[in-house]
Design a binder for this molecule. Structure first.
Ligand SMILES: CC[C@H](C(=O)O)C(=O)SCCNC(=O)CCNC(=O)[C@H](O)C(C)(C)COP(=O)(O)OP(=O)(O)OC[C@H]1O[C@@H](n2cnc3c(N)ncnc32)[C@H](O)[C@@H]1OP(=O)(O)O
Ligand SMILES: [Co+2]
Length: 134
């Protein structure tokens, strides 16, 4: 069911500083910052030869990553995103196993214009998992 690793996300307090760090000290190919109002974050993608790093900064009052950053003031790895061929079939299969799908359970359009879902970290070894329709 799960396919390629689409991205690894890092939550940060200051996305401009984190972007400059990757660009200037790591020579990385860093995108512009894009506000994702629907998701309560601003995103930057760092393009690597075999996957992407997603930098996340809280956006708005109810950002879902705000508490994570309170717990981890220096920032930290926030989630991993796997690609799936059929996100609804994957969702239904996971729900049938008792895994908790976050939010309404209906996919939202993510940063790549594809449907995404999130699975509760407590059900996946303390790791927040994002699924993205390939
Ligand atoms: C633009 C879209 C983009 C894309 O790639 O397309 C994105 O990736 S958007 C990314 C931002 N959106 C989300 O993360 C949505 C899903 N996340 C959530 O709904 C919340 O972050 C949630 C529910 C996972 C956690 O929210 P919160 O921290 O406010 O809840 P709790 O404090 O009650 O936490 C419950 C429990 O889970 C532990 N936790 C929280 N976040 C993480 C995490 N990232 N990784 C691992 N564990 C996490 C937290 O410590 C609590 O554990 P406990 O032992 O009870 O203290
Ligand atoms: Co993501």
């Amino acid at each position: 069911m799960i396919g390629r690793l689409n991205h690894v996300a890092i939550a940060v307090k200051d996305i401009a500083a984190a972007s400059a760090l990757y660009r200037d000290t790591m020579g990385a190919d860093v995108s512009e910052a894009v506000p994702q109002t629907e998701h309560g974050v601003t995103t930057v993608f760092i393009h690597l030869p075999n996957t992407k790093i997603e930098l996340l900064e809280p956006l708005g009052a109810d950002s879902p990553i705000a508490k994570f950053l309170e717990r981890n003031p220096d920032g930290g790895i926030h989630h991993i995103c796997y690609e799936v061929d059929d996100i609804l079939a994957a969702r239904d299969r996971l729900k049938a196993t008792g895994a908790r799908v976050l939010g309404t359970g209906e996919p939202k359009i993510g940063a790549h214009g594809k449907p995404v879902l999130f699975l509760h970290p407590k059900d996946f070894n303390g790791t927040l998992v994002e699924l993205e329709q390939a």
